[in-house]
Design a protein around this ligand. Structure first.
Ligand SMILES: *Cc1c(COP(=O)(O)O)cnc(C)c1O
Length: 435
C-alpha cells in the first residue's frame, strides 16, 4: 500500500511512514494511491464471516504486503475484541451500536487499531514511542484506553481542569501503567498549545520519539471501515438487500471510512451525513460553496466542528466530482431543540435511549424517509457513544433508564491519579524531561 498527500498527488510514502508521520509535511492528509476492489465472491458470501474475519479481509486487501497475514490477524483479534451489533428497533430501522469498546465510543476502533499498528512497527530495542494528546474529553479516553498496556509506548494526556465529564475523567485518570494524565489549570486550547510547543521543541525531540496519535492518522480510518462491512453482513443474513447508513458527523472521519468501504466495493444505497448546527457540509451540498466557520457549542459536542478535517479525503475519494458525491451522500443538520425532541421520540417510539450524537443520526433517517418515500431500504443509524457519557442532556425520566455498563463500574473502583500543571510551557517541559 502506497499513500499520497491530498496536497501533493505525486508524493509516495509507505503505510508505516504514514502511520508515524500522522500528517504529511505539506499539511495535507494521507490517502491510499490505489483503492482495490474486494472480490465479489467475498461480498456475496459476507454473511458467513465474523467481524474479525471481515476486518482481516478488508485490511489485507487494502494494506497488501505491509503486515504479513498471521501478524495482521493477531493484531486485529487483539484490537477489535468487542462487538458491533446492529440492533433492530422496528421493521426496517436499525441502530449500529459502536460503543461496546473500553471508552464506550466508536473511537475505540480507531485508537485500538492505531496503537497496535504503531507498536507492531516499532522494532525490537527501538526507542519508546511517546504519545502526547490534548483532549477536551472523548478522544483522550479512547487514546488512553487504546494504548493501555501496549508494549513500547507511553501516553501523556493533557485535559482542562473541571471541563471533562466525570466518566471521561475516570477514563483518563485511572489507567496507570503506561498512561499519564495531566490536569491543566486552563482551557482545552491551553492544553493543545502545550502539546504543539512540545512537538516544536528541539530538546524534547532529541530526547524522545514523539507522536500525536492524531485523529487524522490513516491507521484510525481503516478500522472504521470494518463495521460498515460487518453491518451489511448482519443485515444480509436477515434478508435485507438495500442498506442506507446515517452517520453523526463532526470531523467526517467516520463517514469518510464508510465511503472508503463503499469505494472498496461495499454495496450501500445511500449515506446520510447528519450534523448539528455546525453545518459546513450540509451548506456545501446545498450551495456548492465550501465555507468553514468557527464552531458552535451544542449538546452533541463531539460534532462541534466548523472545519471538518476529513472532508478533503472524501472529495478525493470522489475525484472532486460534487455531483457524483451528491448521488451517494445526503446531508442534514439539526438544532439542540430538535436533538432533544429526537431523544424523546426514540425513547417513546422505539423504546431506546440514544446519546445526543446518535439522536441526530436517527432524525436524519426520519427526514430522509419523508423526502424519499419510495426508498424502502433498511436504514441503519450509527450510535457513536453510550448514553451514560452525557448524563446532563436527558430529561430525568429518560436518564433513569440508562444502564451503566460494566466498564464504568470497573473504573469507579480504581484509584484516580492526575498530575497538576499550570499553562506555562516550561513546567510541562520539565515534567517531560524528568521522564
Ligand atoms: C468523534 C465523535 C463523533 C464524530 O465523528 P467524526 O469521525 O469526527 O465525524 C460523533 N459522535 C461521537 C460520540 C464522537 O465521539
Amino acid at each position: 500500500m502506497k499513500l499520497y498527500s491530498t496536497n501533493n498527488k505525486d508524493l509516495r510514502v509507505s503505510f508505516k511512514e504514514a502511520v508515524f508521520n500522522s500528517m504529511p509535511q505539506d499539511k495535507g492528509l494521507y490517502m491510499p494511491v490505489e483503492i482495490p476492489q474486494l472480490d465479489t465472491e467475498f461480498i456475496q458470501n459476507i454473511e458467513q464471516y465474523s467481524l474479525p474475519e471481515i476486518a482481516y479481509k478488508v485490511a489485507s486487501t487494502l494494506l497488501k504486503e505491509e503486515i504479513p497475514a498471521e501478524d495482521l490477524k493477531a493484531l486485529i483479534n487483539d484490537a477489535i475484541n468487542f462487538d458491533a451489533p446492529a440492533v433492530q428497533l422496528d421493521g426496517k430501522t436499525f441502530v449500529l451500536e459502536l460503543f461496546h469498546g473500553p471508552s464506550l465510543a466508536f473511537k475505540d476502533f480507531g485508537a485500538r487499531f492505531m496503537s497496535r499498528v504503531m507498536s507492531y512497527f516499532l522494532k525490537d530495542g527501538e526507542q519508546l514511542l511517546d504519545v502526547l494528546v490534548a483532549t477536551s474529553g472523548d478522544t483522550g479516553g479512547a487514546v488512553a484506553l487504546g494504548f493501555l498496556g501496549v508494549p513500547n509506548t507511553r501516553v501523556t494526556i493533557l485535559y482542562p481542569e473541571g471541563k471533562v465529564s466525570p466518566i471521561q475523567e475516570l477514563q483518563l485518570t485511572t489507567n496507570g501503567e503506561n498512561i499519564r494524565a495531566i490536569e491543566v489549570k486552563g482551557t482545552f486550547d491551553d492544553c493543545q498549545a502545550l502539546v504543539k510547543q512540545a512537538f516544536a521543541d528541539d530538546e524534547l525531540n532529541a530526547k524522545f520519539r514523539l507522536t500525536s496519535a492524531n485523529s487524522i492518522n490513516i491507521s484510525r480510518l481503516i478500522p472504521q471501515t470494518f463495521y460498515y462491512f460487518n453491518t451489511y453482513a448482519q443485515l444480509k443474513k436477515q434478508g435485507f438487500k438495500d442498506v442506507i447508513f446515517s452517520v453523526p458527523s463532526g470531523n467526517f472521519g467516520n463517514i469518510g471510512a464508510g465511503l472508503l468501504a463503499y469505494k472498496l466495493g461495499l454495496p450501500v444505497k445511500q449515506f446520510i451525513a447528519a450534523t448539528n448546527v455546525n453545518d459546513t457540509v450540509p451548506r456545501f451540498l446545498e450551495s456548492g460553496i465550501y465555507e468553514t466557520r468557527p464552531s458552535t457549542q451544542t449538546y452533541s459536542n463531539a460534532m462541534d466542528v466548523g472545519a471538518p478535517s476529513n472532508w478533503v479525503r472524501i472529495m478525493d475519494l470522489f475525484d472532486q466530482d460534487v455531483e457524483a458525491l451528491k448521488k451517494v451522500v445526503t446531508s442534514y443538520r439539526f438544532t439542540d431543540d430538535e436533538t432533544l425532541e429526537g431523544i424523546k421520540e426514540i425513547d417513546s417510539k422505539l423504546h431506546y435511549v440514544a446519546c445526543p450524537h446518535t439522536a441526530i443520526a436517527y432524525l436524519a433517517i426520519e427526514k430522509y424517509r419523508n423526502e424519499n418515500p419510495a426508498d424502502s431500504s433498511a436504514a441503519v443509524f450509527l450510535s457513536t457513544a453510550h448514553a451514560c457519557k452525557f448524563p446532563d442532556i436527558f430529561p430525568s425520566e429518560i436518564a433513569a433508564k440508562i444502564e451503566i455498563p460494566a466498564q464504568v463500574k470497573t473504573l469507579e473502583s480504581k484509584p484516580k491519579h492526575a498530575d497538576q500543571l499550570d499553562v506555562g510551557f516550561e513546567g510541562f517541559k520539565e515534567y517531560l524531561l524528568k521522564g
